[in-house]
Design a protein around this ligand. Sequence first.
Ligand code: WTA
Length: 650
Amino acid sequence: MTHTNPHDHIDAMLHETRVIAPPEAFRARARVTREEYDRRYRQSLDEPDVFWSEVASELHWMSPWSQVLDWQEPHARWFVGGQTNMAYNALDRHVAAGLGDKRAIVWEAEDGETRTLTYAGLLREVKQAANVLLKLGVQAGDRVTLYLPLIPEAAIAMLACARIGAVHSVVFGGFSVSALADRINDAQSKVLITADAGYRRGQAVGLKKNADEAARQTPSLEHMLVVRRAGCEVEWQPQRDVWWHEALEQAGGEHAAAPLDSEHPLFILYTSGSTGKPKGVQHTTGGYMVGTYLTTGEVFDLRDEDVFWCTADVGWVTGHSYSVYGPLLNGATIVMYEGAPNQPDWGRFWQIIEKHRVSILYTAPTAIRAFMQHGDEIPGRYDLSSLRLLGSVGEPINPEAWMWYWRVIGGERCPVVDTWWQTETGAIMLTTLPGAHPSKPGSAGLPMYGVEPALMTRDGQELGPDEGGLLVIKRPWPSMLRTIYGDDERYRKSYWGEIPGVYFAGDGARRDVDGYVTIVGRVDDVLNVSGHRLGTMEIESALVSHPSVAEAAVVGKPDPVKGESVVAFVLVQDGFEVDPAELRAHVSREIGALARPDAIIISSALPKTRSGKIMRRFLRQIAAGKAIEGDTSTLEDPGVLERLAATPPV
Ligand code: WTA
């Protein structure tokens, strides 16, 4: 299953030797020093109960836990017997401490409209929304699906669910009707929260329209709560549909946050795995809260006066942990931007930073590479002096992009923290703490507290320094996923069963003599396109569901901006012709525009072994335009490779 990743920039990473020390001015007042990290990291492994009790005690618990961890592999329960509430900790706790007037969310629309919510204001709306959900009959444990643009209501809806113990399942607004319907059905959601439309590049994108269509295939849905964002015409079913603003207006403003068990489920978030069906990664209340609280504070060196901007949409885990929960748990001011990075031009991010005096920026390498392509001159036009820390997430960052980010955006003044983690891990696992550790561009870095990584072979042998292998985590941590919703067997098999006794991350990596881990890329059939996880099997099933396609194989191709692009090898059904535009539109309808193949290679055969297994390794080489390497003798017809290589993509 392991394959050598074809990325050229990965080679660059593995040969990178630059070391960038924390800037002195930053180091001098950093929250965590080297010594402190060493001491606390040791403690987190040697005395985990003491360590995690201390961290968790900084938050509010309605009743204390009796045991820090109950580990019955592969099932963990953290802060056993404790009761708490995520929304209380993110909001009420700060308002009670006198921070009610502090800005919680500064939202900016693509057209420049802004809206500011203070902690007290946000709390008021969350309480109202919680009362609305209760009135719609939502009870603790019920699932609520969110299909929203990146507007404050997305955070309000998440927090309202958390407040009453409903389990939110956020579906990215760019996903298609059928992707939305599948996720509603898998979660058996009672309520869908959506908006009339969102805006992207000046266009209103009709979310309610998609939601209406999805609702025809989702019998569990009882109500649709609709935010008026664009003011456009929508179809309305009076028994089912409720306007958000009307319901909130009528709802009471009082609501006491429900005391919830530490292990009460907080959310489900669907992500791609190596089979066709997305996995509903399930997180619970206590551990996820402690993990996101700790990492946001320490990795980003967060202070009261910071303005924190994580550019991720709430449809992804980064948007859950670092656009919403982590910063609010820390009482930070968050910037939220609903729009494209190049609207009206490639200066938009820098303009927002200047306008809102952003001090911490957390974004993805794909965005950094796109900015880099447009030159130093554009960011040079803006005042970026408010920035003091930069973060990167979602995919490996190549050293060139790292250096550009550090030099041009950070002015060599702001540490750059690369952060490795996953939907499943809930919070940052590997990074360099900004004042404590030097950075090695291209390497994610060292373990966070309580994280014990190792590099292993498939059969569980631990590897030494500089040996490439599979990244595993050797013990449970508070913010880890608890199961796959409705499919515990898949959870057991995919994570703690792949290599017995350890958590298998699905990434290939190596670790240097200083303990810095460099991620090479996925070792399973998961692509990372512009920082988004896509399963090759998901795209393949979308392709073969089109009548013109008999068979399909999807691989990734290294892409200078997106990291990877999607290449589809397609076998035509007898009697049909493949129309590439129609096929791309079909994949958009089945999954979403983000899964659309960049290149389609129409062929009459695929490279298969005699037992019928498609040899994707060769397809990756062909997609990348490389010479075929490796043993082709197991192929039924080695001539296929040459024919494929000679076929121009459409
Ligand atoms: C990749 C996103 C290298 C990795 C938070 C992982 C990274 C997958 C990094 C998870 C990084 C994430 N360096 N690779 N800093 N961060 N990845 O679930 O392959 O959307 O397994 O979570 O992204 O993607 P997910």
